[in-house]
Design a protein around this ligand. Structure first.
Ligand SMILES: Nc1ncnc2c1ncn2[C@@H]1O[C@H](COP(=O)(O)OP(=O)(O)OP(=O)(O)O)[C@@H](O)[C@H]1O
Ligand SMILES: CC(C)(CO)[C@@H](O)C(=O)[O-]
Ligand code: BAL
Length: 305
């Protein structure tokens, strides 16, 4: 990864209002016909996982818009909205380095100026995993992503597979509501030791940071176990929970195998090789270390797929 001090790109334009963003986009589009817009929605405190999304967008589109907005609607009342990490100056340097053209940084007042009465609710795919353990979370995500898509009108939007359920929810919403945007699902970037990059990693104490490796380590083991002849979904989940529970600081929120992207449940007695003939499977983990909740996952596909 290049250093934050490198600045080979033009300084991105920072825009804080919807009106200015719309006017800027209209101007750029009228100057260049057929201009493709890539969009990377984030909550800021950017890391190289975000960087990989911005880089890909910049490589695939004439214009890249990055949004940084900590969306209150997707946080539960006891969650970390108030202490969510923020560093605008550092974010703008990373945005510049990775090739963002416009950074949209709205205030809460700008995004939700009046009593907001409309919500975008996606059913079924939101009812398990993070949707079950964070009630209302995906209503907030669906609502803000819809608003952002209406404001930016992107050709393509880039989302990370670390949040695999979010990708499934957004794709479902785009299909159901006929948003004219291509959703691009991007692989999870990891630290050298395997920990998935996440803004919330900053909350971890040194000891929790070491213990947090149990997520990626267990996912790797699970990918080997999934290839054992005759292993069932229930057996795999059981081994995964046992491996996670060996870490003294880890408290399991969920560790589940589901079909992907439908997120349908799998019968525990179903053999994996049989289940995989119908769709890929998502092995999704959410684990707490003290007050910090981390997620990670692996998508299992048929051999050679
Ligand atoms: N390690 C990563 N690799 C690839 N994409 C990522 C990674 N981490 C986050 N993203 C993606 O970046 C986008 C913005 O995510 P967000 O700003 O919530 O970052 P985050 O690191 O996931 O934060 P948090 O720690 O709060 O979950 C999402 O599409 C998310 O999936
Ligand atoms: C997509 C998103 C920016 C919506 O607030 C958020 O859920 C995130 O950062 O993944
Ligand atoms: N990356 C998902 C945003 C959230 O945890 O609220």
């Amino acid at each position: 990864m290049s250093t934050l001090t490198q600045s080979r790109q033009k300084t991105p334009l920072v825009v804080r209002t919807i009106k200015e963003l719309r006017e800027t986009l209209a101007r750029r589009r009228s100057e260049t016909s057929g201009l493709k817009t890539g969009f990377v929605p984030t909550m800021g405190f950017l890391h190289d996982g975000h960087g990989s999304l911005i880089r890909r967008s910049a490589a695939e589109n004439g214009l890249t818009v990055l949004s940084i907005f900590v969306n209150p609607l997707q946080f539960g009342p006891t969650e970390d909205l108030d202490r969510y990490p923020r560093d605008e100056e550092r974010d703008l340097k990373l945005a510049q380095r990775e090739g963002a053209d416009i950074v949209f940084l709205p205030s809460v007042q700008e995004m939700y100026p009046r009593r907001a009465l409309t919500r975008v609710l996606v059913s079924e795919v939101t009812e398990s995993l993070c949707g079950a353990s964070r009630p209302g979370h995906f209503d907030g995500v669906g609502t803000v992503v819809s608003k952002l898509f209406h404001i930016v009108e992107p050709t393509r939007a880039y989302f990370g597979l670390k949040d695999a359920q979010q990708v499934a929810v957004v794709q479902q919403m785009v299909d159901d509501l006929n948003f004219n945007v291509e959703i691009v699902a991007c692989p999870t970037l990891r630290e050298q030791d395997g920990l998935a990059l996440s803004s919330r990693n900053v909350y971890l104490s040194p000891q929790q940071r070491v213990e947090a490796l149990v997520l990626s380590r267990t996912l790797q083991q699970a990918s080997h176990w999934s290839k054992e002849a005759g292993i069932t979904a229930g057996q795999l989940e059981e081994r995964v929970r046992l491996a996670l529970s060996r870490s003294p600081l880890a408290s399991i929120d969920y560790a589940e195998l589901r079909r992907y992207p439908s997120l349908e449940a799998i019968e525990p007695q179903q053999q994996l090789d049989e289940a995989l003939q119908h769709s890929p499977l998502l092995l999704a983990l959410a684990v707490r270390f003290g007050n910090t909740r981390l997620i990670d996952n692996a998508i299992l596909s048929m051999k050679g797929a």
